[in-house]
Design a protein around this ligand. Sequence first.
Ligand code: UDX
Length: 454
Amino acid sequence: MNVAIIGTGYVGLTTGVCLAYIGHSVTCLDTDADKVAALKAGKIPIYEPHLENLISEASERIRFTTSYADAIPNAHVVFIAVGTPPTPSGNPNLEYLSQAATCIGKYLNDDFTVVVNKSTVPIGSGNWVGSIIRDSLEARHGKKVNGLFAVASNPEFLREGAAIGDSLYPDRIVIGSDETRALEVLYTLYRPILDQTFQAPTYLPRPEDKGAVPLVSTDLASAELIKYAANAFLALKISFINEIGQVAERVGAEITEVARGIGLDSRIGSRFLNAGLGWGGSCFGKDTAALVATGREYGLTMPIVEAARMVNQRQRERILEKLLQEVKILKGKTISLLGLAFKPNTDDLRDAPAIDIARHLIERGARVRCHDPIAMDRFKREYGSLEVQLCDNADQLFEDCDAAILVTEWTEYRELDWSKLGRLMRTPILLDGRLVLDRGELSKQGFRYVGISG
Ligand code: UDX
């Protein structure tokens, strides 16, 4: 099939590359000419494992453009994957979505096209996008035009850092539309993934137990709500374990043991029960806020989701309280942060706890040093005005510092030469914001180890 993807962010680019890899002919469109020029030259604007390999393998079937006239007319399916950044009210900003819909309407040809919302959009946006495309089509034709397109929702569930695996070997695919024709087109599009008939990349083999992928084919509103409900549930699982972590600390229990003990119950499941600094990133904060805002529009309160948000914010404050208990005075102290990205294997800094923590420390008069294996370049570009010292290696980071906080659990941080680093510090205080370091071992090396929950 011919596929057009509007927006080359995480979602758009990954979707486009995976669809090209399984055999479709894909045109990725972005209005940012520099980004498109870079992509044409083989430069990938984001850090995502395996993306580069996959693009080069699918290069014959994927191209990049800034032109709607080029991307839209021949497409059987158009994915809208533009940004929907949060606004202060909690509702996402839909400006880019509206622009994309208007431009699609200008260039649809006379063949039936399915327009798919891939961006996370408020419930009801499918209909709204449909009406914008219809207005745009009518303005062009000067009369009502029916049956040229249908709108569908196809939420994505990919995690940054694992985006390719999540797209090629998903737990499920959700498609929603009020028109059967659109659902049939999307079924055909995803067939190689649903049946797992594509040849797996050598560097990302198919998981051994991977069978056929379940398809949830439903109406538009249900598909839109599935996305919010899934993200809110994962977010509240994290906040739940963090709340239990507070009790664990008080009663002298180990939260990691408690998480293991409850996670082995298959009704609960062990994933997303890692206690720590809580969630960051572009999705959980934004989507839980949007869900609460949607509830409000219908006169509903959403106390569970709101509580999950509150607990998440509190985790960032807790680590600072713990730091203060240890160092007593922050003014003039040097505090080192291990990790900037909101989670490992990405350079994404959106809603990253490290940024909040660094800001807070600076406000309180501390000097802040940071290290991240991947995200420091991005940090310089996006947070250049934040007064922190970026360190290229652990020695620089730890030398003469008063305390260090592990913020992002990059694997390499678990294998640092702690005994040497402890000797470099002014006071060997280590706060483990992700509970991944070995308390016993660090204590042996002379560290004062403080976990975020005990
Ligand atoms: C998430 C969803 O997983 C994905 O389905 C959706 O499409 C987009 O949002 P992502 O934001 O890439 O993906 O990251 P994810 O791996 O889900 O982690 C989100 C945050 O939760 C990270 O900050 C991570 O550190 C935190 N987290 C995750 C925990 O604090 N504890 C956990 O047990 C799991």
